[in-house]
Design a protein around this ligand. Structure first.
Ligand code: 9UX
Length: 68
């Protein structure tokens, strides 16, 4: 399935890479699209392998806030 996370605090290309990298490392994630201008992070994932909570935690572990 596909979800869009609302992430606060990403401002440069390195932020984008950190968030994309962290999400892509998770088993079950098949695609990540970060829009820096809006903070929207579109994630394609298999919900039988990874949960929405795990996606949010992966982003938070990089130091960004996820708005529920
Ligand atoms: Mo760029 Mo992002 O210097 O936290 S890595 S703003």
């Amino acid at each position: 399935m596909k979800t869009t996370l609302d992430v606060k605090g990403m401002t440069c290309g390195h932020c984008k890479m950190s968030v994309e990298g962290a999400l892509n490392e998770l088993v079950g994630v098949s695609g990540v699209e970060v829009d820096l201008a809006t903070g929207k992070v579109e994630v394609s994932y298999d919900e039988s392998k990874v949960t929405l909570e795990q996606l949010q935690e992966a982003v938070e572990d990089q130091g960004y806030d996820v708005v529920a």
